[in-house]
Write a protein that binds this ligand. Sequence first.
Ligand SMILES: *[C@@H]1O[C@H](CO)[C@@H](O)[C@H](O)[C@H]1NC(C)=O
Length: 349
Amino acid sequence: MKLIITICFFLLMTVAAGDATLSEKTTKCPFRYLYHFGDGVTDIGNSIRVMPWFDMPAKKYPYGKTYPGWPTGRWSDGLVDFDYTAIDFGLPFIVPYLSMDRYTRYDGVIFSVARSPVLDHSFFKSKGVVIPPYAVSLGGQMNWFRKYLQSICLKPKDCVERLENSLILMGDIEGNDIGYLLTQGKTILEELIRLGATRIIIPGNGPVGCVPYILTALQTNDPTAYDDIGCLKTVNNFIVWKNDNLQDAIENLKREFPKITIYYGDMYEGPDRNNMALKSCCGIGGKYNYNSKRVCGDKGVPVCPNPDRHIYWDGIHFTQQAYYTMEHLLVQPALGSFNCTSKLLSAVM
Ligand SMILES: *[C@@H]1O[C@H](CO)[C@@H](O)[C@H](O)[C@H]1NC(C)=O
């Protein structure tokens, strides 16, 4: 039954993804599996399964409003970043780790959990910072991955072969925490490489200073705090600085592991914010249509009629349309770097 649902969902997803992705369907890459670690941008259904009893927005309508019409555990009105990534790499049959069944052969497993940071809960507790109870740190996601490998490999050599035949994506991870990817995340990257990983994509951060929940939390009357499209300059400058550091760290890793292909994914250039409101589509109140006490999915919180014309879905995560745009900017340039070829794409050109 579960398998049938999964297959139906996959077919629906392929249809929903529509004509725009048809050209990528024939993409052939010299690897067979995708694995992803990260947060809500790529979570396709783990967070709602971490604490099944916990009341959380992504379980409720209007999540999933655009596609498939009901909530799926994605923090969006439809598909998220990684759905499109998987389609673009020609490996669309992906599953959240917490709902996989061991008898099915998937193209990819997602370990991402919405709102998850790099560091463990204990770190945030010691700093007095509240993170959602269902968040699973990068280390926790790595524990899942080790368990997963144990379940699929009879011998350590099998695991090496599997990882050599894979592409690993690490991030995006909650913006305010990305710096730790350079320090804590490095040991995890090194472990993955030791286990046999040879292809890794590490996306940078998007302009967090444009996101409604940040704009709301750090709202100020000082007009010089904002750039010409209304994003917070200090936050975005900080992100640019972090992304520069991340790229330096990646260059160092490449020198350390010359045989490994490590790719920096630029997520800073995203959908054109000039022509779009910096407001949540689903939300209520304030300048940015976001209120942390009455969030999307809560009773009486309205949803915009046209999510496709919005970048931000619930004030924190993006709309399906925005994911589609961002993901193409990330994956299309990456395809060549990973020796993927796309038949139809060349036929079009
Ligand atoms: C791509 O192909 C080239 C030439 O065959 C090879 O040297 C390189 O290692 C390949 N890169 C990846 C990521 O597979």
